[in-house]
Design a protein. Structure first.
Length: 162
């Protein structure tokens, strides 16, 4: 498990730059297509919505960058997590979650005012579903706190039996 996580971290770190920009661009293009299909805007609604969405996406990307930095920090400290570092990482995680919630509330209000609350709620539902899918995909690749210790104990037991 530790080896796999280290490999994922190495690949992730190495792949930064152009590859991540390309993957991010492709994801954003597909996300816009999903939103377009699910929202079923009239031409007038689309003209109002998309500039607001671009602002939202810009702000969301900044928060997402913080989340990526947090995951990297966790990965760098995974094998030697102290209680203090664990608390620091969780505090940062809660702050990121709070920023995201504030952003969603703010843009729900903006879209409600520019269009109507039902379209705003529909967008937030779609956005939430996409975010949940992405979060689940990421979370499934990140080992739980304490797994490094368990793997080390297992390795030590295996060495004793030899």
């Amino acid at each position: 498990m530790i080896l796999l996580f280290t490999l994922i971290l190495y690949t992730f770190t190495f792949a930064q730059g152009q590859y991540i920009e390309l993957a991010s661009s492709d994801f954003k293009t597909k996300k816009v297509a999903v939103i377009t299909e699910a929202m079923q805007f009239t031409p007038e609604e689309a003209e109002i919505f998309w500039p607001i969405y671009r602002d939202y996406d810009y702000e969301y990307t900044k928060i997402g960058d913080q989340e990526i930095s947090l995951i990297k920090e966790y990965a760098e400290n995974f094998e030697t997590l102290t209680d203090e570092k664990t608390t620091e990482l969780m505090t940062k995680s809660f702050e990121i979650d709070s920023q995201l919630l504030d952003l969603q509330e703010s843009y729900f209000k903006k879209i409600s005012k520019a269009l109507n609350p039902q379209l705003a709620a529909r967008f937030m539902q779609i956005e939430s579903q996409i975010q949940n899918f992405v979060q689940l995909s990421i979370a499934s690749q990140i080992p739980l706190v304490g797994d490094a210790l368990e793997d080390l104990k297992s390795d030590e037991k295996g060495l004793e039996l030899r």
